[in-house]
Design a protein around this ligand. Structure first.
Ligand SMILES: [Zn+2]
Length: 222
């Protein structure tokens, strides 16, 4: 084995199989000679210095320790869970958060949370009334999730009837409201409210509607 040539290819960061190809030998032999000639390991992560307080994805590094020749970091997840994580898992991005948060992260947005029928009816109704409509179903679904399935004005739980029967909306309580009725169904001008609240609010401005509600409460309880 030509040590100089091997060193040159090794330092050029060529993968072992490519080096083997060039030297007309095998990958195993390349690895063998790399060890034999004592070349410095070229682990691309070996130069990364981790410090306590570093943030990697959802982890905050607390302190490191070595166990069975492996380096571990005691990490705190954004949710507060503390775990010992192998440094190579951190370096390779295999560990980004605690298991609980990883499961939540993988949970895909259920696009059927807002039924297709509701979306189509909403869009059709808007167009029929000459109201601008530039929303996607994904967008309004994300908004409902962001509001935690609660009416933004009353905090009441809202949702959709899960029914196979068409047009059965008897227990659908979610209703998409335009914040400013002079504007269309567009990003930034929508909010989910309880359907009865939407009926009451009509085309009133949010401020006026809340003012009216306050007056009712004050007068009736005063
Ligand atoms: Zn977590």
């Amino acid at each position: 084995m030509d040590e100089k040539l091997l060193k040159k290819l090794f330092d050029a960061k060529l993968p072992y199989d490519k080096i083997a190809e060039k030297l007309q030998t095998t990958k195993a032999l390349v690895a063998y000679y790399v060890k034999k000639f004592n070349f410095t390991p070229r682990n691309k992560y070996s130069t990364i210095v981790r410090r306590a307080g570093d943030v990697i994805d959802d982890w905050t590094l607390l302190e490191s320790f070595i166990q069975n020749h492996k380096t571990y970091w005691t990490c705190r997840c954004k949710c507060g869970v503390v775990k010992n994580v192998n440094v190579s898992s951190l370096n390779r991005g295999r560990s980004k958060s605690c298991r609980g948060c990883a499961v939540i992260g993988r949970k895909k947005l259920d696009k059927n949370m807002v039924p297709n029928a509701y979306f189509i009816k909403l869009r059709f109704g808007a167009l029929r009334r000459g109201i601008k409509f530039s929303l996607s179903k994904t967008e309004i679904t994300q908004l409902l999730e962001l509001q935690n399935f609660k009416c933004i004005l009353t905090g009441l739980s809202i949702g959709f009837k899960e029914s196979r029967r068409k047009n059965d909306t008897s227990s659908t309580t979610a209703s998409l409201d335009r914040i400013d009725s002079d504007k269309g169904y567009e990003s930034g001008n929508i909010q989910w409210v309880h359907k009865d609240i939407n009926k009451m609010k009509q085309t009133f401005s949010q401020e006026y509607f809340i003012e009216l509600c306050q007056k009712v409460v004050n007068f009736k309880s005063g």
